[in-house]
Design a protein around this ligand. Structure first.
Ligand code: ADP
Ligand code: MG
Length: 296
């Protein structure tokens, strides 16, 4: 008997594992340009009943990662480090700047490159900028922005996208946060991009969690969230715990979920070097143990 049209449509919606087998992306790492971060993502292999962790060497390929934190925690630096690193490896990157006009981003990317020991010629041809900071139309009309991005991907062979920040795309309409992030997410999947999406953390009450990261519930949409945090050393307890002088700052980082691969779940101490590079230093517990040893 002939299948009804509505049933025929349903037939396309249901697929077996076998049918989509060939379409699953390979799992490997896309170097982040951040010292100490790449090995925190890993895959596991079970050999002779033993679980072995194999470092991924970067952000998971084709993932959409949400890099979040309160102001001045190093998000933009990490975003720039990623773009510069990828460009230096010969991969084209599109940097969507929402807060800082392009002239300043260019300058910033150059500083980052020279601090990373990468020559400017190596990155010049591989980084493409879409300036939503200056262009209000692009900033306020997501479809226009995504069309422009699609053009760049097609025309220039872009492999990864940085957005700094996605929060700037829903500045005056926070209720749209999830809708906008969902659209961006689906776009990245459709165009097979690895994406580092910066978002502003709206509350510092749940410091190192994805809570209020980029807007309510946004962290559920993306593939993974990295949270950056800075803590002021403001009590005698802090001084003896962290071994740092009163009034100084300790910077903390945590991968708060990544559904594409395994990841280290510990909290890490990081620094921002004088040349403006984020560098992951040690797990917080190990650092504190060392400080304790020194003080005793
Ligand atoms: N050479 C440098 N260039 C840029 N920022 C630096 C440099 N050295 C230290 N920093 C620190 O890093 C911070 C920048 O962090 P940024 O990535 O812009 O923060 P976010 O994007 O999270 O608001 C600066 O405010 C400054 O404190
Ligand atoms: Mg920033």
């Amino acid at each position: 008997m002939a299948m009804r049209e509505s049933e025929r449509r349903r037939e396309y919606e249901v697929v077996s594992l076998h049918e989509i087998k060939g379409r699953a992306p390979k799992i490997f790492g896309i170097p982040s340009g951040v010292e100490g971060l790449d090995s925190l993502f890993f895959t596991v292999e079970i050999r002779n009943g033993e679980v072995k962790k194999i470092p991924l060497g970067g952000y998971p390929y084709l993932s959409v990662m949400n890099l979040t934190g309160i102001a001045d925690t190093g998000k933009s630096l990490m975003a720039e480090q990623f773009a510069v690193k990828q460009a230096s490896l010969g991969y084209r990157v599109c940097f969507v700047t929402v807060e800082t006009p392009k002239e300043f981003i260019v300058q910033s990317l150059r500083y980052r490159a020279s601090a990373m020991g990468i020559s400017i010629e190596n990155i010049d041809k591989n980084i493409f900028i879409i300036d939503c900071a200056t262009n209000q139309g692009l900033r306020e009309n997501l479809n226009d922005l995504l069309d422009t991005l699609a053009y760049a991907i097609r025309e220039y062979g872009i492999k990864s996208v940085v957005i700094d920040s996605v929060t700037g795309l829903y500045e005056a309409k926070e209720v749209m946060a999830r809708v906008i992030v969902r659209k961006v997410y689906n776009f990245m999947k459709k165009w097979r991009q690895t994406c580092l999406m910066v978002s502003q953390k709206r509350s510092s009450s749940e410091e190192l969690t994805a809570e209020a990261a980029g807007g309510y519930g946004v962290a559920h949409i993306v593939d993974g969230t990295i949270v950056l945090y800075k803590k002021l050393i403001q009590s005698k307890f802090d001084v003896s715990t962290y071994g740092l002088p009163l009034g100084s700052i300790i910077r903390l980082m945590r991968i708060d979920g990544c559904r594409m691969t395994g990841h280290d779940t510990r909290t890490f101490i990081f620094e921002i070097t004088d040349t403006g590079l984020v560098r992951i230093m040690a797990p917080l517990n190990e650092y504190i143990k060392r400080v304790g040893g020194k003080l005793r």
